[in-house]
Design a protein around this ligand. Structure first.
Ligand SMILES: *Cc1c(COP(=O)(O)O)cnc(C)c1O
Length: 471
């Protein structure tokens, strides 16, 4: 049996050579990039992959890298390209990539102290820091998660169990969120056994923020009907419009009803470090729980997210006693563990990426990137507003621009917009997303690249026009 592939002191040369090979291979690929995509079609991509016989190894790293290049990397999507403007993917920062090297190779698991030692405290210190940025007091706590979906699920689990502990009955629990709230709220309601009907959708105002009158009525109606509004999920940065729900007013309503306030800041969480726009999140400190996705507006590689709660005691709802993980501690070593606060057991040390980012770059630099993309969206919005050929669904609020060619009937939009989007992808020159707003089709630019300029983004719009003319 050969053990030459095991990461081990005897294999240091092999390890270093392997990493160098990989870094050079990636650097070469990066230098060759000329566009966010190559436009490869799913049927072509699938065939190349499924043709591989996994029972016949290549036995050689270079050959395997070259094969991987053909199967995936050569046609991958590059999020650092200024003409990539589709989803909430960010370009990543290099200090986080440096951390990733250690995360995978050392491979600690953050569930218990004896699998991570100082890593436990790195994560805890970051959570305390993030809680401080939110404005929570010393009683706060939280946990890194795999993403906003998991953070929202855990938040709603805590809210549910909190409501049940106060005597509510499970069949009567309701979650209130705006119609632009993220679909992971609906999914969480299902997974928590509350059912689809448990989510009450609240109307939005002209800026697509949760409408306070509608929330107030929904709270009153829910309680009048003998049900328990177990949580309000306010969104700080909706996925399509970047709208930030009016947090102070929502918090006041929640306080009046004793309702758990969860703020889904998966997208808008980067404003916590914005040197000029932190005030946009005013009121977030009155939440019971907050979701922040570091892999969106903090320029971290996937996965990196956190759930932060105002009162650490609520995390006890996910604690399960397992003797082999947290045995009674006869010697009083008091070893801390994180598994008690998490839905996961084995868990990556994703916190190290944010740690290295903060230690190298500092929060202001990350925040200045956020400011940059918010400015960019605003400038692009102004330019397009003045363009008679383009219709905007709304004024950009965070870093999205929802647009389409002007003067389309809905029937024309239904036919044209998917074609335009596909044309752009297939050209490899730009990528945009599609969405529906009140049943109408739109295209969406999500701007998360601090290197992109107004001209870069207007060039994407010009590509859309070109594709329309070529129709
Ligand atoms: C992206 C997003 C989520 C889901 O986060 P993942 O990290 O993709 O699981 C939840 N809420 C909002 C508002 C989002 O933008």
């Amino acid at each position: 049996m050969s053990t030459q592939h095991v990461f081990h002191p005897d294999q240091v040369e092999e390890y270093v050579a392997s990493m160098r090979l990989g870094v050079d291979f990636l650097a070469d690929a990066l230098r060759r990039v000329d566009g966010p995509a190559t436009g490869v079609l799913p049927e072509v991509a699938a065939k190349a992959v499924t043709d591989v016989d996994l029972d016949r190894p290549l036995g050689d790293q270079r050959a395997a890298l070259e094969e991987m290049g053909r199967l995936w990397l050569d046609d991958t999507i590059w999020f650092h390209e200024p003409s990539y403007a589709a989803h909430l993917n960010c370009p990543v920062v290099i200090p986080a990539l440096l951390a990733e090297l250690f995360v995978s190779a050392v491979n600690p698991s953050l569930d218990t102290y004896d699998q991570s030692v100082g890593g436990t405290f790195v994560e805890r210190h970051l959570i305390d820091w993030a809680a401080g940025r939110i404005g929570f007091g010393p009683g706060a706590d939280g946990i890194f998660t795999s993403g906003g979906t998991q953070s929202n699920l855990q938040a709603l689990l805590l809210a549910r169990d909190h409501a049940l502990s106060l005597g509510a009955s499970a069949g009567d629990l309701r979650i209130l969120t705006s119609r632009d709230g993220h679909f992971s709220v609906q999914k969480a309601a299902r997974m928590l056994g509350l059912g689809d009907a448990a989510v009450v959708t609240v109307a939005t105002d002209g800026d697509r923020r949760m409408e306070l009158g509608a929330l107030s009525r929904a709270l009153a109606e829910t309680t009048d009907a003998g049900m328990t509004p177990m949580a309000v999920v306010a969104t700080a940065g909706t996925t399509d419009f970047g709208a930030i729900d009016p947090l102070p007013e929502i918090a006041a309503l929640c306080e009046g009803y004793g309702t758990w306030l969860h703020v889904d800041a998966a997208y808008g969480g980067g404003l916590l470090v914005s040197p000029s726009r932190r005030s946009w999140l005013a009121g977030i400190e009155r939440a019971d729980s907050v979701t922040v996705d570091f892999h969106k507006t903090w320029f971290q590689p996937v996965s990196a997210s956190a759930l932060v709660v105002r009162d650490a005691r609520h995390l006890g709802h996910v604690t399960w006693h397992a003797d082999y993980l947290n045995p009674h501690d006869p010697h009083g070593t008091g070893h801390p563990n994180q598994v008690d606060k998490s839905l996961q057991t084995t868990r990556r040390f994703d916190a190290l990426k944010l740690w290295m980012t903060l230690r190298v770059m500092g929060p202001d630099t990350i925040g200045s990137y956020v400011d940059r993309v918010v400015d960019l969206a605003a400038e692009v919005g102004d330019r397009l507003e003045a363009d008679p050929g383009i219709e905007l669904a709304a004024r950009p609020q965070l870093s999205t621009v929802v647009l389409r060619p002007a003067r389309l009937t809905e029937q024309q939009a239904d036919v044209l917009l998917p074609v335009l989007r596909a044309r752009l992808y297939e050209s490899g020159r730009a990528m945009v997303a599609a969405t529906r707003v009140d049943g109408r089709r739109w295209l969406k630019l999500t701007l998360l690249n601090p290197l992109a300029t107004v001209d870069d983004v207007l060039a994407i719009v010009a590509e859309l026009r070109g594709a329309e003319v070529a129709r």
